[in-house]
Design a binder for this molecule. Structure first.
Ligand SMILES: Cc1cc2nc3c(=O)[nH]c(=O)nc-3n(C[C@H](O)[C@H](O)[C@H](O)COP(=O)(O)O)c2cc1C
Length: 205
């Protein structure tokens, strides 16, 4: 099978790449709007970009009606956001928060999660999340046409909160963390079988 992405429509392209680039981490992004309403939504086109400065990026598509998603509108307004990492216990509220709620709905209330004041940014963080990254907006890049294109958000992580029980010396204990990953279709995965390859770090740092 050989596939030329330029020949695919948006749905076909989504199915191909979302089932080929797996598993993806899930950024559960909390923001606050111009009206003071809190917003929450998951984004799995998300990764770490750079260590120093600590940069992350995520990609936000258009709504079906060609309007900007609330997360993007809020980030453009406050110039900040929080990435809340998703563990197994947050799976259901995270999935629920992906539904297209009207902009005037507080999605924390809607999915039953607790907003906590952030230290360095206006956006609230999710109290139940094991790791929160407070981010300042660095750049918004726009690609493609409406509604098939996207905006890429680059953020600088200015503060990370990690639950004490997950922390050991200089890292998060993965076996206690239980992160959830996103696959294609409506599928998710757990980090159920973890193994080590010695010496691999020396190629990166
Ligand atoms: C696990 C998961 C991952 C998602 N990843 C993305 C993504 O990377 N980019 C995107 O635009 N939408 C993604 N979505 C869809 C958004 O969460 C959805 O459009 C949401 O309604 C946006 O909310 P907002 O308008 O409040 O920002 C994802 C949904 C789920 C369930």
């Amino acid at each position: 099978m050989k596939i030329i992405p330029a020949n695919l429509n948006k749905r076909e392209s989504h199915e191909l790449f979302m089932s080929a680039i797996v598993p993806r981490p899930i950024a559960f992004v909390s923001t606050v709007g111009e009206d003071g309403i809190f917003n929450l939504a998951p984004f799995s086109c998300f990764t770490s970009l750079c260590l120093k400065p600590a940069l992350i990026c995520l990609s936000i598509g258009w709504k079906r009606d060609g309007k900007k998603k609330d997360t993007l509108r809020n980030i453009e307004f406050t110039k900040d956001f929080v990435i809340n990492v998703v563990d197994e216990s947050l799976g259901e509220p995270m999935h629920l928060a992906s539904f297209e709620f009207p902009s005037d709905v507080d999605e924390f209330k809607e999915v039953g999660l607790t907003p906590k004041k952030s230290d360095r940014v206006k956006a609230p963080r999710v109290a139940e999340s094991p790791v929160n990254m407070e981010c300042e907006l660095i750049r918004v890049l726009e690609f493609g046409e409406i509604p098939s294109g996207c905006h890429v958000i680059i953020g600088k992580v200015v503060l990370v909160h990690v639950k004490d029980e997950l922390w050991s010396v200089d890292h998060i204990i993965i076996s206690k963390f239980k992160p959830l990953g996103r696959l294609g279709e409506e599928l998710y995965c757990r980090a159920a079988e973890i193994f080590e390859m010695k010496e691999s770090l020396k190629f990166f740092i």
